[in-house]
Design a protein around this ligand. Structure first.
Ligand SMILES: Cc1cc2nc3c(=O)[nH]c(=O)nc-3n(C[C@H](O)[C@H](O)[C@H](O)COP(=O)(O)OP(=O)(O)OC[C@H]3O[C@@H](n4cnc5c(N)ncnc54)[C@H](O)[C@@H]3O)c2cc1C
Length: 373
């Protein structure tokens, strides 16, 4: 056996899981296709439960005190998060690249064996072990368990034959980080033919996001061009941003899928490999990190012979239920956010209800992860 556990994918979830497994005493090898960490700006929000976990693991010292936004939102409706019963109420702004860097230092520092440039292409489940291999010429690796933390298009999920039912995207948001433009900050401004969001960072770069009502979703093999984003922005807001310099371009939709199972024998899934969702309200990354924390100690106990019967299966039982609930919450938000005037009435009703502390605290509990014990 080359390791007790092989993790495929050294994104934030794979790295978190590797650290957790090491804390539980398991030997772990992480296989990552990218030769170096991604520099793409992706998620940027840590919610209260993840902050508590980072605190418990001594990771907050490296994060410092990130900027905190007390007001979150539910489908674009303001949602006060300041009353949450936690030392970390609100949402904490930390770029995903920084989170990955600190998790990598932590996991490798604890003894995880990280191998970059290893693209897993095959997976074979045998009696007593699983074998994964890269392209021809790479050494195959054997482990007692393999965990797919390899993102939305997970190879592990596909190779091991996990069902991944759900819906393709029917609506899309275009997004760009742009230097050299001057548009007003907008949290979620609804226009007659779409939605626009703009937020200027301290370094002067503005992130714009735009959704055009009724525009069919394209099957994309590449990110959108800046001209496509600028034209959509102009059609929705009337503003011309075409003179800016794009730093990063991206499109994302409201696809929603959940793996049928999080465990099939010696193969497990965590993070985006297990659930695909629209990245609204910063829940995707937090959901995945919390999968890793639920799984880590259980799998470590299993491979070191300390687990009680059924412990490892409780990972699926607990986290699949959480995934289903969060995905449904995200789908509701996507409808409220990206719907046209047909959702105005339901938005108005919800805006009234959200003022009631019970409603507010319930929604805030799901978004922050604090509703889970
Ligand atoms: C372009 C983009 C923009 C996003 N924007 C936001 C946002 O604004 N807000 C938000 O909350 N969330 C956002 N997300 C979602 C958020 O980034 C994810 O929820 C989070 O990264 C999930 O972490 P993960 O570790 O599960 O998967 P990932 O971060 O996708 O990591 C998977 C890792 O597996 C590796 N891998 C894949 N296949 C293989 C293979 N066969 N062999 C070896 N390695 C492999 C990949 O290279 C990658 O490093 C965005 C995601 C993307 C892709």
């Amino acid at each position: 056996m080359d390791a007790q556990v092989v993790i495929v994918g050294a994104g934030p979830v794979g790295l978190m899981l590797a650290g957790e497994l090491r804390l539980g005493g398991a030997e772990v090898t992480l296989l990552e296709r990218l030769p170096a960490p991604t520099t793409e700006s992706r998620a940027s929000t840590l919610h209260a439960r993840t902050m508590e976990i980072f605190d418990q693991r001594g990771l907050l010292d490296s994060v410092g005190t990130p900027p905190n936004q007390g007001m979150g939102h539910f489908g674009g409706l303001p949602l006060d998060l300041t009353g949450l019963a936690t030392p970390y109420p609100g949402q904490w702004k930390v770029p995903q690249t920084r989170i990955e860097a600190l998790l990598q230092r932590w996991a490798v520092g604890l003894g995880a064996d990280l191998r970059r440039g290893y693209d897993v292409r095959s997976l074979t489940v045998a009696e007593g072990h699983v074998e994964v291999a890269g392209p021809e010429g790479t050494d195959p690796l054997r482990a007692a368990y393999v965990v797919g933390c390899d993102g939305e298009d997970s190879s592990v999920r596909r190779l091991a034959g996990f069902g991944f039912p759900g819906r393709d995207a029917s609506r899309e948001l275009l997004r760009a980080d742009v230097a050299g433009i001057d548009v007003p900050d907008r949290r979620f401004e609804r226009f007659p033919n779409g939605l626009a969001i703009a937020s200027r960072r301290p370094d002067g770069v503005t992130r714009v996001m735009v959704h055009e009502l009724g525009r069919p979703v394209r099957r994309r093999v590449e990110e959108p061009s800046f001209s496509e984003v600028a034209k959509a922005w102009e059609r929705v807001t009337g503003e011309d941003i075409s003179g800016g310099t794009p730093i990063w371009l991206n499109a994302f939709g409201n696809a929603s899928r959940l793996a049928e199972r999080y465990r099939d024998g010696r193969v497990l899934l965590a993070g985006d490999a297990a659930h695909q969702q629209m990245p609204v309200g910063g829940q995707a990354l937090n959901l995945g990190l919390q999968d890793a924390v639920n799984l880590g100690w259980k799998l470590a106990a299993e491979v070191t012979g300390r687990a009680q019967e059924g412990l490892l299966d409780s990972y699926h039982d607990e986290r699949h239920a959480v995934g289903r609930r969060v995905l449904s919450n995200i789908e509701a938000q996507a409808l409220l956010l990206l719907g046209g005037d047909e959702v105005d009435a339901i938005r108005a009703v919800l805006a009234e209800l959200i003022e009631f502390p019970t409603v507010r605290d319930r929604l805030a509990g799901v978004i922050s992860g604090l509703d889970i014990r």
